[in-house]
Design a protein around this ligand. Sequence first.
Ligand SMILES: Nc1nc2c(c(=O)[nH]1)N=C([C@H](O)[C@@H](O)CO)CN2
Length: 123
Amino acid sequence: MRDQVFIEGLQGDTCIGVYDWERQLRQRVVLDMVLFTTLDAAGRSDDLRQTVDYKSVSDRVLGFVGSARFELIESLAEALSRILLSEFSIDAVTLRISKPGAVPDAANVGVSIHRERTSEQAG
Ligand SMILES: Nc1nc2c(c(=O)[nH]1)N=C([C@H](O)[C@@H](O)CO)CN2
């Protein structure tokens, strides 16, 4: 198994939803992600440049989420996975997006996707 950098419970507000009333407001989404990479060089060198900086990833994700306009959380997840795979030095990402409160009778709802880096995606 590859090494992992993870981010849990990252919260942002965005325009998301399929219904007309949802297009008029911003709703909270919560993101959990696992970034698959190799960490041995960073562990040996103690150098941030040798790893995936979870602060940089968090800032990039929240910046995108804040200006995004999608209907489905699947679409937000797909777009974010493409950004992460093309802009950061990772081999794969597992991304979970929750939309708390979307179904009042459920504790939580959301999607989880796993995407691998393709040969076209730079690192
Ligand atoms: N699989 C999904 N199901 C639903 C979504 C979604 O994004 N993915 N969205 C909605 C509505 O926008 C809902 O959140 C409104 O409460 C319904 N189902």
